[in-house]
Design a protein around this ligand. Structure first.
Ligand SMILES: O=C(O)CC[C@@H](O)C(=O)O
Ligand SMILES: [Zn+2]
Length: 539
């Protein structure tokens, strides 16, 4: 009883802080795009073309199910020779990299779950053109089409000996219009650097991710990354206004428009958003940025049941309205991992579920009043049992880290099987409960967290080491469960290498076949990020 009293006292104290008064080659040519001295990096040399056949719908179940991380056999691409390397080094001194240490980190994703054997990485787009035009038979795994190795589905790493093309040196901001809020920049700009640039000008990026310190905007766009602000600002499919893309045959497609409205025919840029580098190399991006909110509040709340959490979500939508900018959750298992592995202390008392709510608005008094009323209602109707509020930057960051660092905590718990599922929001936690029951004591931890506001669950299962038997118990169970609710097996992480063969759980065969036709048209030799996104049976 005393505990409950203290808890509500804490929330009431927090509410008081929110009182309306408180503020709160031998060639010497250079290829350039319209806006961009094209300056990337790449890898190589196939000899045959790929055909993309139409196939019928097939749900992978049981014995015919390929292992998610398994790659098909190496396609008959040419292998890079010492002569090729010498040639590239001569024409691009310092930009053609074969340093084993650098290659080591470029060949493996940050989860250390997919490892390629590329022997060559380049920081110059000329190599790309050389490979395409001179050898006319190249293959590349493009960091431009990934997230600087911060991806979670093995989309950004080579599978075999593909040349790695990096956009890291293409990191210039090209233009920023302070009236419209439209930013154009090169693909290798780090998301956090763009955010800092914009904040100085009273704007923000419309997306925010845990990996912001290292991921590139080109990769964000290529994977259609979702993140923590999607609830408020929508997906990159809405905020990206234009792209410059280098196609598989070396042509530069200039769709770098900076217009809010443009209904002149097909919206080609959409093909490249979310294509994971399989249709072209994104070299520049224009993006619509929101104004920097003048007042930001973050609350961390505890709920006894997921049903109460959903009611809290409904209440927040009704009472916070236009200032609601994020509604995220984590379960008590996530909290245990944060405590154990990262020594992060729970800012409130122990609860089965935790919620991070962010409000962003233009008037701290108005926002504070709204938040105050919402919290009072949530508490008096017993939807939340405990909570704390932050208005200062350092506390806001601390509360956000309870949600943002779950992925990191999981990496310390053991080998992690990751699922990124879209479902009708009222079903999202049922999958976690069913998975726990289904796996019994075969898993070390089964945790659920994610973006409630977007109906996006991150279901993660850990085991002390890689465990094929555990994997066989998780899949196809998780995919069948998802398909039975008409959900998506990849809400925001993409398909990459790991999930490509499960696409049929979320897309009809006609749609997949059409994707194959588009791939065949734009990249007839299949040189762009091979073995990714499209299922093996589309070869
Ligand atoms: O690690 C994961 O499964 C999710 C990562 C990311 O999408 C997040 O929302 O934190
Ligand atoms: Zn996420």
């Amino acid at each position: 009883m005393a505990g409950i009293f203290q808890r509500s006292l804490r929330l009431r104290t927090a509410l008081r802080h929110l009182s309306p008064q408180s503020p709160q080659s031998p060639l010497s040519w250079t290829v350039t795009g319209r806006h961009t001295p094209l300056d990337l990096h790449c890898s190589f040399l196939p000899s045959t073309s790929r055909q993309f056949a139409v196939c019928s719908r097939k749900l992978h179940t049981g014995a015919d199910r390929p292992s998610p991380a398994a790659a098909p056999d190496r396609l008959p691409f040419s292998r890079i020779t010492q002569e090729d390397l010498a040639f590239f080094r001569k024409i691009l001194p310092g930009r053609a990299v074969t340093d084993p240490d650098l290659l080591e980190s470029s060949n493996v994703d940050w989860l250390k779950s997919v490892k390629g054997e590329s022997e060559f990485t380049s920081f110059h787009l000329k190599i790309y053109f050389l490979v395409v035009i001179i050898f006319n038979s190249s293959i590349l795994t493009s960091s431009a089409g990934s997230r600087g190795n911060t991806g979670l589905v093995g989309g950004s790493v080579p599978v075999y000996d593909e040349i790695i093309l990096s956009t890291a040196l293409m990191n210039n901001i090209l233009t920023f219009d302070s009236i419209s809020g439209i930013l154009t920049c090169q693909a290798g700009c780090v998301l956090e650097n763009l955010s800092l640039y914009l904040e100085d000008r009273e704007y923000i990026m419309p997306l925010d991710l845990g990996a912001k310190g290292s991921c590139h905007i080109g990769g964000n766009v290529a994977t259609n990354a979702g993140g923590l602000r999607l609830l408020r600002y929508g997906s990159l499919r809405g905020t990206v206004l234009g792209l410059e893309v280098v196609l598989a045959d070396g042509r530069v497609l200039d769709c770098l428009a900076t217009l809010r409205k443009d209904n002149t025919g097909y919206d080609l840029k959409q093909l490249f958003i979310g294509s994971e580098g399989t249709l072209g190399v994104i070299t520049s991006v224009s993006i619509l940025c929101p104004r920097k909110p003048k007042s930001v509040n973050v609350v961390f709340l505890g709920c006894e049941t997921f049903e109460q959490l959903l009611k809290t979500f409904q209440l927040s939508r009704g009472m916070l309205g236009e200032i609601l900018s994020a509604f995220e959750f984590l379960d008590s298992e996530c909290m245990r991992l944060l405590n154990t592995h990262l020594k992060l202390r729970n800012p409130i008392s122990d609860c089965p579920f935790y919620v991070v709510i962010e409000t962003s608005g233009s008037d701290s008094t108005h926002d504070g009043e709204k938040l105050h009323n919402f919290l009072e209602e949530a508490m008096t109707s017993s939807l939340v049992t405990d909570g704390t509020v932050a208005t200062e930057d350092s506390k806001i960051k601390a509360l956000w880290s309870m949600r943002e660092r779950v992925t990191e905590a999981l990496t310390h718990d053991g080998f992690t099987y990751k699922y990124d599922i879209s479902l009708p929001v009222e079903r999202i936690y049922q999958l976690v409960t069913d998975m726990r029951e289904h796996l019994g004591n075969r898993a070390k931890s089964v945790v659920g967290y994610g973006h409630v506001g977007d109906g996006n669950l991150h279901l993660n299962v850990t085991s002390p080491a890689k465990d094929p038997a555990l994997l066989a118990a998780i899949e196809p169970f998780v995919y069948e469960w998802t398909a039975s609710c008409n959900g998506s097996i990849s809400a925001e992480h993409g398909l990459g290498l790991k999930k490509r063969n499960y696409i049929y759980y979320s897309k009809p065969s006609q749609a997949v076949a059409l994707m194959g036709n588009i791939k065949a048209m734009l990249d007839p030799k299949g040189i762009l990020n091979p073995y990714k996104t499209l299922p093996d049976d589309l070869k």
